[in-house]
Design a protein around this ligand. Structure first.
Ligand SMILES: Cc1cc2nc3c(=O)[nH]c(=O)nc-3n(C[C@H](O)[C@H](O)[C@H](O)COP(=O)(O)OP(=O)(O)OC[C@H]3O[C@@H](n4cnc5c(N)ncnc54)[C@H](O)[C@@H]3O)c2cc1C
Length: 478
């Protein structure tokens, strides 16, 4: 764009009737058009997904302000993209051209913690770790713990139905969402669900909005269920010569009725990436490492010993327990570093730091985990791309991370082929195209294959009923 055209276009933006309406409703300080800030809000953490600079970023503080934003966007026919912390890994928070990005960062208040009903009520911009810490101080526990928990928001977690490491025992976000307040496309405010321990009134609209990735409405308040704080956990590490053996151990742990509070797998690529990123003494000669924890109180030592036996029987060449809580925390930290470590590994794998990651997210029945891991190794060899595997093995939920050279179209093409082959394999094994990251832009084709034409029609009917003008997060999910 020439300088003159840019000046004209910026001038039009500054005086647009939509911006005037937004400023009138929220005040100037909550309506942001600084070009650097707009660029910052263009996309989430997913590589290789389309995005465009928004027209404006707004930061409402209350439900009424969200309503006013939605009404203004609808009046002017502008798309509206809700954003939390933009840690998403499917492009679901990516802006489209001329969008109003509605950021929830200023809606960050914990409204209530009720230890008797064991619930908390929060605004959507509360960061997961802030809520977890606040309820911990009351002797309570909010289990969903995505790896991004120190930055991702409860609104984002709800809208992606986020998982995490504790989910193998405690379940994913949806298990903890009792009720929601949602601003609909009309600007009206819908309340779903309940505060009570039980309740079955009407359709389960709460679950409809959980995982809807900002396509059906803006979540403005969340009522979550809490649990009593768990017992201290004990942790072990099992080292394997093959990823498939580690996968077989996971199936056996489940078959024996054991209930670890954490069961994670890291393959050799990730072990090496983590050691290069921050040396921790991990066994980089291993093909796979399983990290398991139990929090069963007086039974914990016995349960850990039984998990160790299963791992040894499945072929582990070394099994050891963390000697104390400090070592256990360090092991957990190593697992949490998998993502940044792998990003660094990918960047350095190609000249000029051009390496990137296509992050996959596939879940299969636990009994098929070994077949999935073998299959991913086969896909890597056939497509000629490095693929590291990490994930929530206890849930059968793996993240094959495909390393590509962004500057080389042939490498990108091989990476995309590998991505598709892994999706195909996951579905063939009776799994799903996304265990926790969501559909976003990355997996729309695969969602359609997974749910079939009838499922697609029902999705479209729900979208049309709630958002007839296609205002919310266009192009995502379907
Ligand atoms: C290092 C790292 C580790 C991760 N580990 C995990 C993991 O273990 N498990 C997991 O599930 N995910 C994980 N993720 C992915 C990501 O953190 C989650 O998807 C998270 O829930 C996104 O939250 P967010 O606040 O960043 O939302 P965003 O990325 O900003 O948005 C995600 C989606 O939610 C919508 N949205 C956000 N807020 C609202 C709202 N108030 N109303 C309506 N729609 C809304 C957006 O439109 C978008 O569709 C990880 C990401 C990173 C970078």
């Amino acid at each position: 764009m020439t300088d003159v055209r840019r000046r004209v276009s910026l001038c039009c933006v500054a005086t647009s009737p939509l911006l005037a309406d937004l400023r009138a409703a929220l005040g100037d300080d909550a309506v942001l058009t600084d070009p650097d800030l707009l660029r910052m809000h263009e996309r989430d953490e997913a590589d290789l997904c389309a995005s465009a600079t928004p027209l404006v970023v707004v930061r409402p503080r209350t439900t009424e302000e969200v309503s006013a934003v939605v009404r203004a966007a609808a009046r002017h026919g502008a798309p509206l993209v809700p954003q939390g912390a933009r840690t998403g890994l499917a492009g679901a928070a990516n802006s489209v051209a001329d969008a109003v990005v509605l950021s929830t960062v200023a809606m960050d208040r914990i409204l209530e913690i009720d230890p008797v009903s064991r619930i908390a009520v929060v605004q959507p911009g509360v960061v997961n770790a802030t809520l977890a810490g606040a309820v911990r101080r009351e002797g309570l526990y909010y289990p969903p713990d995505p790896g991004s928990w120190e930055s991702s928001t409860i609104g984002g977690n709800v809208s992606t139905n986020a998982g995490g490491m504790c989910c193998v025992k405690y379940g994913v976000t949806t298990e903890y969402v009792l009720g929601l307040e949602v601003v609909l496309a009309s600007g009206e405010v819908l309340r779903t669900g309940r505060r009570t321990a039980k309740g079955v009134a009407g359709y389960d609209l709460t679950r409809l909005f959980v995982g809807s990735e900002g396509t059906l409405g803006v979540v403005t308040e969340v009522t979550v269920a809490l649990r009593p704080a768990p017992e201290e956990s004990l942790t072990l590490v099992a080292v394997f010569d093959s990823t498939a053996e580690a996968g077989a151990a996971v199936a056996q742990i489940a078959a024996k009725g054991l209930a670890p509070s954490l069961l994670e797998l890291l393959d050799r690529t990730h072990l090496r990436a983590i050691e290069a990123y921050r040396p921790m003494g991990l066994r980089t000669d291993a093909q796979a490492l399983l990290l398991a924890a139990v929090d069963t109180g007086s039974r914990a030592a016995d349960d850990l010993a039984r998990i160790a036996e299963v791992c040894e029987a499945a072929g582990a060449d070394e099994v050891y327990a963390a000697s104390d809580a400090v070592e256990a925390a360090a092991l957990l930290q190593a697992r949490r570093m998998a993502h940044p470590a792998m990003e660094r590994f990918a960047a350095e794998a190609y000249p000029g730091g051009n390496g990137g990651l296509i992050i996959d997210d596939v879940a299969v029945p636990r009994g098929s985990l070994a077949a999935l891991l073998d299959g991913v190794a086969r896909v890597a060899a056939e497509c000629g791309v490095p693929i590291g595997v990490v994930g929530h093995a206890g849930d059968g939920n793996m993240h094959p991370n495909i390393v590509v050279d962004r500057a080389d179209p042939a490498s990108l093409e091989r990476g995309r082929r590998a991505f598709d082959e892994i999706m195909r394999l996951g579905l063939e094994l009776g799994g799903t195209c996304t265990g926790e990251h969501g559909v976003g832009l990355l997996k729309r084709d695969w969602l359609a294959r997974e749910i079939g034409p009838v499922g697609v029609r029902v999705h479209q009917a729900i979208k049309a009923a709630l958002d007839p003008e296609g205002l919310f997060n266009p192009g995502k999910v379907l």
